[in-house]
Design a protein around this ligand. Sequence first.
Ligand SMILES: *[C@@H]1O[C@H](CO)[C@@H](O)[C@H](O)[C@H]1NC(C)=O
Ligand SMILES: *[C@@H]1O[C@H](CO)[C@@H](O)[C@H](O)[C@H]1NC(C)=O
Ligand SMILES: *[C@@H]1O[C@H](CO)[C@@H](O)[C@H](O)[C@H]1NC(C)=O
Ligand SMILES: *[C@@H]1O[C@H](CO)[C@@H](O)[C@H](O)[C@H]1NC(C)=O
Length: 198
Amino acid sequence: MDSSRIRYPSSQQSPRRTRLLCSFFICLSLLILTILILVILGFTVFKPKKITTTVNSIKLADVNLSTGGVNVSIDVSLTLNNPNKVSFKHGNITTELKHRDVFLGEAIVPAGEIVSGKTQEITVTLTIFAQSLVTDTYIPSDLLNGTLPLSTITTVSGRVVVVKLFKHHLVSKVLCDIWIGIKDRKVENSNCNYKNKL
Ligand SMILES: *[C@@H]1O[C@H](CO)[C@@H](O)[C@H](O)[C@H]1NC(C)=O
Ligand SMILES: *[C@@H]1O[C@H](CO)[C@@H](O)[C@H](O)[C@H]1NC(C)=O
Ligand SMILES: *[C@@H]1O[C@H](CO)[C@@H](O)[C@H](O)[C@H]1NC(C)=O
Ligand SMILES: *[C@@H]1O[C@H](CO)[C@@H](O)[C@H](O)[C@H]1NC(C)=O
């Protein structure tokens, strides 16, 4: 049947259409309002804040010297802080160990989560074995000099997700220069630089 032939009295048609239009606009306004509130929350309460990594201490855990060389293990104690209103999920935390820009190895702290507003303490143990130092030409002279200069790079990378709408990638890096006294078997000095990115 051709619908154009059906005629409704105009007095009946108008209120129905008005009611329909009304509920449509109410729905639209509610939707816009909800989006607006979410956006405002996203830029205020849930605005991403940088994850920070702080080095608490660097200690020499072990030094074994022999004619074969030296084995050294270092404990780096770190505090991670998540100031965000939501959890921070991070991947593997890696700490690279270098000696005069030569890569010696890395330690991995498994992926995890830091809940909102909390801190987490982690200790990374880095071990250098004599074997890996054979190819490193500077080690003998450094050992004779009595100071072994090392550097570490710790990278924490992950993200915060706010109601599946706002995802922010956050990276925190710590670069430390460490000087180890061979004779007194101590960390003589250390200096750390922090880089936190949103
Ligand atoms: C260093 O560690 C390696 C591997 O564990 C071991 O074979 C070697 O004897 C160690 N050397 C010293 C001086 O402790
Ligand atoms: C040093 O030697 C001790 C005893 O042999 C061993 O338990 C320790 O793991 C060694 N440390 C390193 C860094 O090789
Ligand atoms: C995280 O570390 C584990 C164990 O070391 C490794 O098997 C895994 O592949 C790492 N994951 C990533 C994404 O690198
Ligand atoms: C020897 O060690 C001292 C610190 O104990 C350092 O200032 C100096 O640069 C080192 N020399 C070499 C050649 O590494």
